[in-house]
Ligand binder design. Structure first.
Ligand SMILES: [Zn+2]
Length: 312
């Protein structure tokens, strides 16, 4: 990220920020969040950015923040845009402490802001299945977090919420495509299958390690190969889970290096953050600014319900 990026008016000037967000949310003109009417508004002459719906039976006031994750926040839009940009730039995320310093908001506000942005990154629950005919999906589990003293433990011994405090993460990646990761309560044939059949087209080819939990469900797919990690085998021709290992190494480095500790309750939001950055990565020709704009598109129609409304 260059310093020039951060000098853009929308990161410092509230009117520029509001207009930027309006262009992302309303490419065809303001949309009334109360009745859905498009482009039929009066702008309040003394309060720029406050619109009144022109539909006779509606006539309600709104701003660009209404109906979004930013609605109940007193934080100005330009700080939201800067926070989103910082979170989307680079590979490892940005800590609440860094946001607190860079945005000039309290630590608590920075923490809530980061979580609301992560919520914007969470995909809709009804996604199309991954893969399909001729496509290969790698599936694997990793254990995230936990205390340093327990990190030598073999991942097979790790149990969610156990002594090490590590949490099981199950991830799927389509070769040459996107990743989806999930925080599971436990890793069993049943929990892995539930995710696989909901997320992965059965015409796909499945690549896993030799974990017994994949044996049965593997038969439901067009093909299934397992590499024997326990005997030191990591690649056998096309059979490997290296794409996913690469993702897990970014995830672990980010969680350990930037966030230090991630509670079980919030892990799914951090996974959404790392999935989003991976899926909108620079290697695909997407710039930091484009990634941030895509992130902002996700603030629509979402609300955070846990006690965050009074902070920030
Ligand atoms: Zn209306």
């Amino acid at each position: 990220m260059s310093a020039a990026d951060l000098s853009a008016a929308r990161f410092h000037n509230e009117e520029a920020a509001r207009k930027f967000l309006e262009e992302i949310r309303w490419p065809d003109g303001p949309v009334c969040p109360h009745c859905g009417s498009i482009g039929k508004v009066y702008e309040n002459a003394s309060k720029p950015g406050v619109y009144r719906c022109a539909e006779p039976e509606c006539r309600k006031d709104f701003t660009v923040k209404v109906g979004t994750l930013f609605e109940r926040s007193h934080v100005p839009v330009h700080k939201w845009l800067l926070a989103t940009h910082l979170l989307m730039a680079g590979k490892n995320g940005v800590s609440a402490h860094e946001l607190h310093r860079m945005l000039g908001v309290t630590y608590k506000t920075a923490w809530f802001m980061a979580h609301r942005i992560r919520e914007a990154l969470r995909p809709m629950s009804s996604r199309r299945p991954m893969g399909g005919n001729g496509r290969t999906i790698e599936a694997d589990e990793a254990y995230i977090g936990g205390k340093e003293a327990n990190k030598h433990k073999n991942k097979r011994q790790g149990v969610g919420g156990g002594a090490g405090g590590k949490e099981p993460v199950f991830a799927l990646v389509e070769r040459g495509g996107a990743v989806r990761s999930f925080h599971l309560p436990t890793v069993t044939a049943r929990t892995l299958r539930a995710v696989l059949v909901a997320q992965v087209d059965r015409k796909s080819f499945l690549m896993t390690d030799e974990h017994g939990a994949y044996k049965m469900v593997g038969q439901e797919y067009a093909g299934h190969e397992a590499v024997r990690h326990s005997t030191g085998e990591y690649v056998r021709g096309e059979a490997h889970t290296n794409t996913l290992e690469n993702y897990f190494s970014i995830l672990k480095r980010g969680i350990t290096g930037t966030y230090h500790h991630v509670s079980q309750q919030h892990l799914k939001r951090y996974l959404a953050e790392f999935d989003f950055r991976y899926n909108e990565r620079m290697a695909l020709g997407i710039t930091d600014a484009e990634r941030a704009a895509k992130a902002l598109a996700g603030i629509e129609g979402k609300r955070l319900t846990y006690g965050g409304s009074q902070a920030g």
